[in-house]
Design a protein around this ligand. Structure first.
Ligand SMILES: Nc1ncnc2c1ncn2[C@@H]1O[C@H](COP(=O)(O)OP(=O)(O)OP(=O)(O)O)[C@@H](O)[C@H]1O
Ligand SMILES: [Zn+2]
Length: 633
């Protein structure tokens, strides 16, 4: 039962929820049932059929509608008197600025990606609004309270980087099915259906053939004198036959490895598919285009033969060109795009077959390609409950009782939940302290553009960066810039560090600010001549972001890096950086103060977890005080 004090804190509160997906739906329901009266929701997505199994505020009839609006509508039907304000929008839009965040007593995250989480973290720090962060992955979950200067911020601990693979493993020497998936998804699919201007290592492979660069650039182009099946077979023979032959010619590579087998389409599918199948158009005229439906491959858990994979490959390519021509050039792999999944599964399997790697079903391939850990609705519900418990403590300013709580897959001592005291801010966090970072870079070769794209946007997660050396601005973005400044900044982007108007060399300190996030950090530049292409593909290395001392074995933080339904770091998920809409009209560059850390509150290690599997009786305790004491750090 809630106390009078809790009830009045709840009734007065204005809360912002970011994300109305797996956790968000549960959270909104729990907030409404707990008596919250003023809730704002930001979510940029629309509802998909695949959301319905766990996002219980949505029904079939909501598919295609805004998540923020549909969830509001459902809740208002049973709590008509409360105020819910939905925003069908990206939280990174400029209207959600520091002043917007300042309106709230607490912000509650139910997000699914690192980029948005970092953004909200910075706005909460700048606005000095408490943030309750959450994540789940299958049976695992985590809720954390972030309070400026009192507890660690979301970025105090480095998040595990998405797993990457050396380029040569992907392009030449795959040994696992995941390598084939990455090749099919990030190279072949991107090359055929994505942005033509993007760099792609398939180019490199093609030009290795010794052909003229003109020829290699043309290989993937659809020629006017061929029909779609001929085109598909040409691509097939090039990537699974010819390129493998070229790779085999480099004997050194195969001294200690099994040699791959070139595969040509005529050996696998001697008969032209259109001759065999007649007119295929009528079979897949409208609706969601799918090869499986057309080829009567019903069970996604079946493993297709090489011939079936080859048919799916050619047919998927044909359908992209005949039914989805307008998408070509703009596509990136999406696990919810059936045709894309079919193409990638087939391509990965044909490559796997060539390299003697076991083939996989579409269901498995989709899981690997889309980095799917199947969501568990009850974990989301538990986590949503914990978010509300922490939010209420925040509203009551119950500073000594905040808990970071883990939901465990293997209950420890019959306890499903493990609450621990939150960590204090990491004094070397570049976000909530003023610790400078350092960047090793070849100042003669690396361009400002690489720095902006790979480091400032890619690693530091900034949206509206300003890069300064002392008082001189080297680069900034914004709608209100004078034309001549835009031209100067565009020219600067193409210059190497040492060629910039105020030359950036070893020892230079750059200041990088994001005006929307009101976040700024200093970067010490250190010149380095050489970089290892495989290990340091950016050609620059950002350092100085020291991990705070956490007992890794006993208390492994869940990454929160990916999805509300996928909080653990997992292989090969690309962090999606959402496009911004709107301008920068709100912004002013203001520095935050150094966080004040309560030195008296020293951190200790959490108790070691014993996994007690013998007795599966579970206790979900609501005695938070005693639980917290048991696990107190
Ligand atoms: N930048 C952002 N701005 C607003 N909402 C966001 C942003 N990034 C993610 N979200 C929202 O966070 C929610 C996360 O929910 P969840 O992890 O359950 O993902 P989902 O897309 O619903 O499901 P799944 O990814 O498993 O198919 C989504 O509804 C998504 O739209
Ligand atoms: Zn921090």
């Amino acid at each position: 039962m809630a106390s009078e004090e809790q009830i009045s804190a709840i009734k007065r509160a204005k809360v912002l929820m970011v994300g109305a997906g797996g956790i968000g739906c549960e959270l909104l329901k729990t907030l409404a049932l707990s008596g919250f009266q003023d809730i704002h929701i930001i979510d940029m997505d629309t509802i998909e059929v695949s959301n319905l199994n766990r996002q219980f505020l949505f029904r079939q009839s909501h598919v295609g509608q805004s998540k923020a609006k549909a969830s509001t509508f459902t809740i208002l039907r049973f709590r008509p008197k409360i105020s819910i304000t939905p925003y069908h929008a990206n939280v990174k839009e400029s209207r959600f600025n520091v002043d917007f965040f300042k309106e709230f007593d607490v912000v509650l995250n139910g997000l699914d990606n690192l980029d948005a989480r970092r953004h909200v973290n910075r706005l909460c720090l700048a606005a000095d609004v408490p943030l309750v962060e959450s994540g789940t992955t299958g049976f695992l979950g985590q809720v954390t309270v972030h309070l400026k200067g009192k507890t660690e911020c979301y970025e105090c601990q480095p998040k595990p980087a998405p797993k990457t693979y050396p380029v040569c493993t992907i392009t030449s020497t795959p040994s696992k099915f995941i390598h084939c998936i990455v090749w099919a998804k990030d190279l072949l699919f991107a090359k055929l259906f994505g942005d033509k201007n993007q760099e792609n290592d398939l180019n490199v492979r093609s030009s290795d053939t010794g052909n003229s660069s003109e020829h290699s650039a043309d290989v993937f182009e659809y020629r006017k004198d061929e029909d779609i099946e001929q085109y598909g077979r040409r691509i097939y023979d090039h990537v699974f036959g010819h390129n493998i032959e070229v790779a085999l010619s480099n004997e050194e590579t195969w001294k200690n490895r099994n040699k791959p087998r070139p595969i040509y389409s005529k050996d696998v599918l001697p008969v032209k598919m259109t001759e065999k199948n007649g007119d295929t158009e009528k079979d897949c005229a409208t609706g969601d285009v799918s090869v499986m439906a057309f080829l009567s491959l019903k069970n996604p858990q079946d493993i297709w033969s090489l011939a079936e994979n080859s048919r799916v490959f050619l047919e998927a390519l044909r359908l992209f060109f005949s039914k989805r021509l307008k998408d070509i050039g703009n596509l990136t792999f999406d696990k919810d795009d059936q045709l894309a999944v079919e193409f990638v599964t087939a391509a990965a399997n044909i490559r796997a077959s060539s390299f003697g790697i076991p083939l996989h079903s579409l269901f498995e391939a989709k899981g690997i390609a889309g980095n799917i850990v199947h969501a568990v609705a009850t974990t989301n519900a538990i986590i949503a409950g914990l978010i509300v418990i922490e939010a209420i403590k925040v509203l009551k300013k119950d500073n000594n009782n905040y808990r970071m709580t883990y939901c465990l897959e293997h209950p420890s001592r019959k306890l499903l939940l493990m609450p621990v005291e939150p960590y204090e801010p990491n004094k070397s966090c570049y976000v909530c302290s003023e610790t400078p970072l350092s960047l090793e870079v070849n100042t003669h070769h690396s361009k400002l553009r690489d720095f902006v794209e790979k480091i400032v946007k890619g690693k530091l997660g900034m949206n509206f960066p300003v890069i300064m050396q002392g008082a001189s601005i080297l680069y900034e973005v914004g709608e209100d810039l004078e034309e001549d400044m835009v031209a100067i900044y565009a020219a600067n982007l193409e210059k190497a560090f040492s060629e910039l108007p105020s030359s950036v060399i070893s020892g230079t300190v750059l200041t990088v600010e994001d005006l929307q996030q009101e976040f700024s950090c200093s970067i010490n530049i250190k010149h380095r001549e050489e970089f290892d292409e495989e290990k340091e593909p950016d050609g620059m290395v950002l350092c100085g972001w020291v991990e705070a001392p956490v007992d890794k074995d006993n208390n492994k933080p869940i990454g929160n890096g990916e999805s509300t339904s996928n909080a653990l770091p997992s292989e090969e998920k690309d962090v999606e950086i959402q496009e911004m809409s709107g301008g920068t009209e709100t912004v002013t560059g203001k520095k935050r103060k150094l966080s004040e850390v309560d030195e008296s509150k020293k951190q200790k290690k959490p108790e070691k977890l014993d996994v007690d599997d013998e007795d599966d009786e579970l206790v979900i305790s609501d005695d938070w005080e005693s639980l917290a004491k048991k696990n107190r750090v």
